[in-house]
Every structure is written in structure tokens, then in C-alpha cells.
Design a protein around this ligand. Structure first.
Ligand code: ACO
Length: 420
């Protein structure tokens, strides 16, 4: 096969090089398309556009493959903790015992937050959405860490990553406690990263002991959310950072992008949908029909994916984990039965088969969060916590690759010049 692609325009023809990824995926390098031909490409939603060259995450939507730094998501989710996977994403390799204990200690030392930030949290109205609060608090962190990170300094990038990994669970647990009307729990260095998150969120007495079922479920969920290459929020982080805005500012923008129901906000929307179906007598067929009706704006939340056209490997792991967690905790949730019935019906329905629509990561994640005692509005906040190492890794890669400022073009279809 040729390593070039020819574009013909009238009598002219131009050749553009093909670029090949390490898994043999091919792309046309059109960096100088406009300067050579005067043309631009039109691709709303960037469905066919590669925005960068990356060595962080590989996914093959047709085969249902997801790997971080070459390791399969199954291996990572079933064998490692979230902190180990975060290390892998941010620093490129799995940590040895010494490296792990070093970052764990550094994170423990950085696990406190300025009192002034607590005042900002307190001033939010009690009905404020947790994602709005999280986004504002992440932005507010910038004022306590004003210097922007020098990406070429390993030491400075190390510190910025440690600070964010340390402070984010505190923000998440604060938001959780605030919306539940509870006082805040301080970070406790005797616990591991995920245990500490759990105690900050759930501890109600001094004799609190982390429940290994809850810790294992949290580790799995956070790992499954940790990165997903150039999705909407990660692209947002990269594009904001491409203007040389700081890492915290870029990640705060990523949190806003994640909030939407077509992206990370789907985990909240799924449970709200399942609750509605339950209140409606469990009539799954009616909702399936609504989802297929082009005159009805209703979509089956937690179904479909821009890239996965076979199955979402994360959904498989999450479905199994949901079953295990509910059984081990002795919880019977009728919403899980509705979810399974809905999935079964959709997977056998021509509409969903033809469009290759499968359950995505968010279809079952909310059921686990509910079982752990996390309120629905907090689900996307938990997703954001998991995504932090991915955002850090992607931001760092974008800056180290010296990517140019992100600035798409457009085809203008408005008025021509007119007088007034
Ligand atoms: N329910 C019903 N129909 C759907 C659904 C759905 N959940 N998802 C896609 N379709 C249909 C569309 O109507 C369209 O049909 P058409 O070809 O007849 O017009 C076709 O399938 C293709 O859908 P698009 O919207 O073009 O696909 P796109 O890649 O742009 O969107 C998305 C992907 C946003 C995830 C979409 O499937 C969706 O809205 N799903 C529900 C929300 C959701 O679960 N989001 C979480 C995604 S995972 C994540 O971000 C963490």
C-alpha cells in the first residue's frame, strides 16, 4: 500500500503523507492542506479528526480494546490500585515499591487545603450542583497555587501533579459532605489513597474502618475512568492548555465539559432514567420505543458511544462489579433489574443493533455508586476524580509535544457584505 494519499482538485493533484500508529491505525497528515490547496476539512464533532499524536491510551472501538500505556484495562482494573494506575498514566511506567511509597508519602504530605478555600465552599447555596461546586473549587485552587507550571521541569511537574492528586479527593469529599449537610473529615495519613478518600467521605465515628468491598469497588471505578484518549473533556483540557493556560485552569475547564449528560453526566442521567422507568411500573419497552422515536428527544442514557461500535470494555467490568458489590453488601436494588432488562431488550432490538449501540461505562456505574451510599448528583464528581490522572498526563504530553494553539476553522455561510 502507498504511504501517500492523493487529493485531486480539478486538474491539480496533491499528495499527503499517511501516518501510522503503533497499532497500525492510519491517518492522513493534512497539516499543510490549506497552505498547499486553499482547502480546509469540514468535520463537525471531529468524528474523523485526529488532533494529536499520543502514547498514553490506545482504544479500538471496533474490537472493544482499551489500554493505558500498553496494559489492558482488564489487567489494570483487576490487579492494581487507582494510585498505581495514576502513576502509570502520569509518569509512563508502573511504579516499583519504592516509587509507589514515595508518591504515596508525598501525596499524604500535600493532603490539606487552605482554610480560605473552605470558606468558599461554605458560601455555596445548599442546592448547588456538586459539579458546579467542584469546578469552582478547582478554579479557586489556582489562587492558592498562582505560579504556572514549567512543564519542562520534572521537579515542577512532579509537584503540580502531586498537589492535584492530593487535593482533589479532599475537594470531592468536601462537596459530598456539604450536600449531605455533614461536617468535613480531615485527611488521615494512616490510610491508603482510596481508603483515605472513603474515610473523608463516609467516616461518621472515630472507630471507622474502611470496608474492603467498598475500597475495591472505588479503586475499580476510578481506574476505569482514569483516561479515555481524546474524548470531549480531555480534548477540552488539551485545547485550553494549548493557549498555555495553567494545568489547574485547563482541568477546571475539563470538569465543565465532563458535566454534560452526553459525556460524564450520563451516569447521573442513567439512574434518573431508571428511577423514572421504575416509577412508571418498570415499563422498559415503552422507554425503548421512546428512544427509537425520532420525534421524541429521549435517548437511552448510558447507551451508545462515539468510538465503541462493538462493546465498551469498561461496561463489561462495571456490570460484573455491580453484581458482585450488591451481592457482597447484601443490597437488592430493583433499578439493577430494570437496567438488565433494558440492556437485554436493547441488544436484541434492530434499531440498536443496526446503529451498534451498546451499554457504555456509565450504564452500570451509578448502580455501584448508589450501593456505596453516594447520592446521584455526586456521580459525575466521582468520574472527575478518576479522570484527574488522565487529564494531568494529557496536559503534560500536549505541552511537552509543543502542540500549537488549538484553533479550528469554519465554513462561513452568513450574509455577504451588506450596507446599513
Ligand atoms: N438512544 C437512542 N438512539 C441513540 C443513542 C441512544 N442513547 N445514541 C445514539 N443513538 C442514535 C442516534 O439517534 C443516531 O441515529 P440516526 O443514525 O438514525 O440519526 C445514531 O444512533 C448515531 O448517534 P450519534 O448521536 O450520531 O452518535 P455520536 O457518536 O455523535 O454520539 C453519544 C455518541 C453522545 C454517546 C450518543 O450515543 C448518546 O447520546 N448516548 C447517550 C448519552 C450517554 O450515554 N453518554 C455517555 C457516553 S460515555 C462517556 O462519555 C463517558
Amino acid at each position: 500500500m502507498s504511504d501517500k494519499v492523493k487529493i485531486s482538485l480539478g486538474k491539480e493533484s496533491h499528495e499527503f503523507p499517511l501516518i501510522k500508529g503503533s497499532e497500525n491505525e492510519l491517518g492522513i497528515d493534512i497539516k499543510d492542506l490549506r497552505s498547499r490547496t486553499g482547502l480546509i476539512t469540514y468535520d463537525p464533532g471531529y468524528k474523523n479528526t485526529g488532533s494529536c499524536i499520543s502514547d498514553i491510551t490506545f482504544l479500538d472501538g471496533e474490537k472493544g480494546i482499551l489500554r493505558y500505556r500498553g496494559y489492558s484495562i482488564d489487567d489494570l482494573a483487576n490487579n492494581l490500585t487507582f494510585l498505581e494506575v495514576a502513576y502509570l498514566l502520569i509518569w509512563g511506567e508502573l511504579p516499583n515499591q519504592k516509587e509507589l511509597s514515595n508518591i504515596s508519602n508525598e501525596i499524604k504530605k500535600a493532603s490539606s487545603i487552605d482554610k480560605d478555600l473552605e470558606q468558599i465552599l461554605k458560601s455555596f447555596p445548599s442546592k448547588a450542583h456538586p459539579m458546579g461546586i467542584l469546578c469552582s473549587l478547582t478554579s479557586a485552587l489556582i489562587s492558592f497555587n498562582p505560579s504556572s507550571v514549567d512543564v519542562s521541569s520534572n521537579e515542577k511537574m512532579f509537584r503540580a501533579s502531586i498537589e492535584l492528586m492530593a487535593k482533589f479527593p479532599i475537594l470531592v469529599s468536601w462537596v459530598h459532605r456539604k450536600i449531605n449537610g455533614l461536617s468535613m473529615n480531615k485527611s488521615d495519613s494512616k490510610f491508603s489513597y482510596t481508603e483515605n478518600l472513603a474515610q473523608m467521605m463516609f467516616k461518621s465515628s472515630d472507630d471507622y474502618k474502611p470496608n474492603p468491598i467498598i475500597i475495591d469497588a472505588l479503586d475499580k471505578l476510578l481506574i476505569l475512568h482514569a483516561d479515555h484518549e481524546q474524548n470531549c473533556s480531555t480534548s477540552t483540557v488539551r485545547i485550553v492548555g494549548s493557549s498555555h493556560a495553567g494545568m489547574y485552569a485547563s482541568i477546571s475547564a475539563g470538569i465543565s465539559a465532563l458535566w454534560g449528560p452526553l459525556h460524564g453526566g450520563a451516569n447521573q442521567a442513567v439512574i434518573e432514567m431508571l428511577e423514572k422507568i421504575k416509577a412508571d411500573g418498570g415499563n422498559t419497552k415503552r422507554y425503548l420505543e421512546k428512544a427509537k422515536d425520532k420525534n421524541d428527544p429521549f435517548r437511552l442514557m448510558g447507551f451508545g458511544h462515539r468510538v465503541y461500535k462493538n462493546f465498551d470494555p469498561r461496561a463489561k467490568i462495571i456490570k460484573k462489579t455491580a453484581d458482585q458489590v450488591l451481592t457482597k453488601l447484601g443490597i437488592s436494588d430493583p433499578v439493577l433489574d430494570i437496567a438488565k432488562a433494558l440492556e437485554e431488550e436493547a441488544l436484541n432490538d434492530d434499531y440498536f443493533i443496526k446503529r451498534k449501540l451498546y451499554p457504555n461505562v456509565d450504564f452500570y456505574s451509578g448502580i455501584i455508586y448508589r450501593a456505596l451510599g453516594i447520592p446521584t448528583e455526586m456521580f459525575t464528581v466521582m468520574f472527575a476524580l478518576g479522570r484527574v490522572p488522565g487529564w494531568i498526563a494529557q496536559w503534560k504530553e500536549m505541552r511537552l509535544n509543543k502542540e500549537p494553539i488549538g484553533r479550528p476553522r469554519q465554513i462561513y455561510k452568513g450574509h455577504n457584505l451588506r450596507s446599513f
